[in-house]
Design a protein around this ligand. Structure first.
Ligand code: ADP
Length: 394
């Protein structure tokens, strides 16, 4: 095939890819399609996308054909001293025959991934003057990356950048619409309470009640706003997980301490059981703690007086599991499929305990960010068990 024919074939593939990219608004699906298209058109061994976090001035690995989610989550590439950083700063492509001979090459990624980079081609992902990230293809199957590869990748990159931005905007607007909807109820009750307070015929006791209502709803709005921000940041994929190795028992004991007084109010017993010799786990400690606190808090909130909550851990093949088991109200079968949806609450329990309906969505985001999964088993009237599966190590 001549060079011209090759180029034509490349452009034809790009047209097909453009249609494909436009057909999804799911960020993960989209990014995966882009990297597979990139390896395909440039005949490379691997490809990856790093998204740029302008607040932290760093790049985060988002997808790669040769890395799993767990490995990628721990990988941060600094702006200074990396080829991807150079691409962002200079907004220009880079094409090199041997990455190891380039002083900008950031060695740390290779130490973690154990993947050897030889030739590479990287381009900036830019839309409307804003830099979104970097698309890299690594190790050309035969020879070196050519100018023609660079041209093709730049066209793909331009489409990809627009698609990434669109997807993000769509996600945000979707999320904002749900949030605004959730604001309506507390705002309406504050509105009613202030209207009534202005009526001269209201007795002092009634006024006091109104003020209490306003105070309560304001607190609720505050919690809703901060929890919502937490979730929005996790969903945007821009939150970085800081993986460390640590012992599980002290973490679980800390969670029990935080929750003890709330449990005592209802005479609920909290127990922790970690088998002797349980090896240290590798995870983002603060985020794992947030998951445990959320699950234990629910297990107390939706429990019965004098009930119990047991937290336990156990190894399971390549994974380890963490369970939070309660003797509480249980969850109606028809609610189970919706439990991890944003803002979902079992309507029958809404009056029983305050909540936002976001806690379990946050847990799910954190757990899947670690390459794990979360599931629930429940019997109404008997109790509920949440089980988190997490991979043993990177
Ligand atoms: P919330 O802030 O409402 O507690 P979550 O997202 O943490 O929000 O939980 C969603 C809903 O799932 C809760 O409102 C409750 O109806 C139900 N739920 C969660 N955990 C339990 C549990 N341990 N027992 C019974 N119901 C639960």
């Amino acid at each position: 095939m001549t060079d011209v024919e090759k180029r034509l074939e490349g452009y034809q593939r790009l047209i097909a890819i453009a249609r494909d990219l436009a057909s999804t608004l799911d960020l993960d699906v989209l990014l995966n399609r882009i990297i597979h298209a990139a390896t395909d058109i440039s005949e490379a061994e691997a490809a990856s996308i790093l998204l740029y976090d302008d607040a932290a001035r760093q790049l985060n690995f988002q997808v790669a054909t040769n890395l799993d989610l767990q490995t990628m989550r721990g990988l941060i590439v600094p702006l200074d001293g990396s080829i991807a950083g150079w691409i962002v700063t200079n907004r220009k492509p880079v094409r090199i025959a041997n990455a190891h001979q380039d002083i900008r090459f950031y060695q740390k990624v290779e130490q973690v991934t154990r993947f050897t980079t030889e030739s590479m081609l990287g381009i900036p992902l830019i839309t409307k003057d804003k830099i979104v990230g970097v698309l890299e293809v690594i190790n050309k199957h035969e020879g070196m990356f050519t100018e023609a590869d660079e041209d093709l990748l730049l066209v793909l990159g331009a489409q990809a950048a627009v698609a990434i931005e669109n997807t993000r905007l769509f996600q945000q607007s979707d999320l904002i619409a749900e949030f605004v909807h959730e604001l309506r109820t507390p705002l309406a009750s504050i509105g009613t309470a202030t209207y009534l307070l202005l009526r001269p015929e209201m007795a002092w006791e009634q006024r006091e009640q109104m003020i209490h209502n306003i105070h309560g709803e304001t607190l609720r709005l505050n919690t809703l706003a901060s929890t919502f921000l937490d979730l929005a940041r996790l969903e945007s994929g821009r939150v970085q997980f800081h993986l460390t190795k640590f012992d599980l028992s002290p973490l679980l004991e800390e969670c029990v301490q935080v929750m003890q007084s709330r449990a005592a109010e209802e005479q609920i017993t909290l127990t922790v059981e970690v088998p002797a010799g349980f090896p240290p786990v590798e995870a983002d400690r603060d985020k794992l703690k947030q998951v445990v606190l959320n699950l234990v808090s629910n297990a107390i909130k939706y429990n019965c007086p004098k009930g119990s909550v047991s937290i336990s851990a156990a190894p399971e093949g390549e994974f380890w599991i963490l369970s939070v088991c309660d003797t509480g109200l249980g969850i109606p079968e028809k609610s189970l499929p919706h439990l991890f949806e944003k803002f979902y609450r079992v309507s029958a329990y809404e009056g029983k305990a305050p909540g936002t309906g976001l806690g379990l969505s946050i847990c799910k985001q954190i757990v899947s960010g670690h390459g794990g999964s979360i599931e629930v088993k429940s019997r109404p009237g008997e109790g509920t068990t949440f089980t988190v599966h997490l991979p043993k190590g990177v």
